[in-house]
Design a protein around this ligand. Structure first.
Ligand code: TUI
Length: 318
């Protein structure tokens, strides 16, 4: 499948693996890139030297392009921005903010820049600043999210910019990918689906929760402090919502204390009581453990079959 995204990035399939802090390491990124998509190493809140080691691991495992994500709320974002240039990363995606101040250095280094946006306004600003593409992420996604659904956001971003748009949030199989393409996307970014891959380094408990999830298994916490985060319902998300309702300063401080380090506890320890198991709403569709290669083949093969079938049934000749 060829689009401006496969051309821009030099990849076989227009599928980008979403950056998931503590999860998307060099092994996962290399597995996705080897399978024909674009693997992304998540910077998260990690120090630069930890991410440098992950980049080296990925480079040893694949010669294909690798991306890195910079989460702009990270205290280490400046260091990671420099690291990407030093390590000659091919593609940078950004999340949770406006990467404007870094764009000049990254462009000068020849890095392809693809910010994640949750609004038309930021998409336009990123295009003006020289971004190569944008990822429009709807609130179906896991982790830190905006307010607008993929269905509504994507066509509005597509109409607002000339650069290619990648759709994210809610893609779990070929049908989701075909829907994104129908809305004008030239590629998709998927995170949650990769939690079911054998190459994904998460605790057994995390994987089990994703595979057992239903359509109503996720919830959004953090709206009260301005950082909404979607995760699977758990004892911790329940406590957060109670405290958010109380809304006083002490309750909000208590949330900070309880959630600090909670993603790591979910990923590495499978700690159901005190972990945050970030996930998109599409978890309910994912019921079988699989591999990166099978995920990409099913996504792209499924989307192609749907689009070919629609052309036959709804096309002029059909
Ligand atoms: O960034 C993500 N997903 C994430 S980051 C993360 S780590 C975290 N943990 C707790 C609290 C906050 C972060 C977990 N998941 N996705 C990309 C994304 N970016 N979604 C939404 C946005 C976004 C939102 C507002 C991007 C820009 C923005 O406004 C920027 C501006 O200044 O206009």
């Amino acid at each position: 499948m060829k689009t401006r995204i496969t051309e821009l990035l030099g990849i076989q399939y227009p599928v980008i693996q979403g950056a998931m802090a503590w999860i998307a390491n060099g092994d996962l990124a290399a597995a996705v890139s080897e399978a024909g998509g674009l693997g992304i190493i998540a910077g998260g809140a990690a120090p630069a030297e930890v991410i440098r080691a992950e980049i080296h691991k990925a480079r040893a495992a694949t010669r294909k392009p690798i991306g890195m994500n910079i989460m702009l709320l990270s205290p280490n974002a400046d260091d990671l921005a420099k690291l990407a240039v030093e390590e000659k990363i091919e593609v940078i995606t950004t999340g949770a903010g406006n990467p404007g101040k870094y764009l000049g250095d990254w462009k000068a280094a020849g890095i392809k820049i693809i910010p994640v946006v949750a609004s038309v306004a930021l998409a336009k600003r990123m295009e003006r600043a020289g971004a190569d593409a944008v990822i429009a992420e709807g609130m179906e996604a896991g982790g830190h999210i905006g307010e607008t659904t993929s269905m509504a956001l994507l066509p509005q971003v597509v109409d607002a910019v000339e650069i290619p748009v990648i759709g994210a949030g809610g893609v779990g199989d070929g049908r989701g990918m075909a829907a994104m393409l129908a809305l004008g996307a030239e590629g998709v970014q998927c995170g949650t689906i990769f939690l079911t891959a054998a190459e994904c380094p998460i605790s057994d408990k995390y994987r089990e929760l994703v595979l057992k999830a239903s359509d109503i298994s996720t919830v959004v916490t953090g709206r009260a402090n301005g950082h909404p985060v979607r995760a699977l319902k758990s004892p911790l998300t329940r406590k957060c919502l109670v405290l958010e309702k109380q809304g006083d300063d002490r309750s909000l401080e208590e949330i900070e204390t309880m959630t600090s380090g909670s993603l790591r506890r979910a990923v590495q320890e499978g700690d159901f009581a005190e972990g945050t198991f970030m996930s998109g709403q599409i978890a309910g569709l994912l019921n079988e453990p699989t591999t990166c290669t099978a995920i990409l083949d099913k996504l792209v093969g499924g989307a192609q079959a749907i689009l070919a079938d629609r052309a036959t049934r709804f096309g002029k000749e059909g």
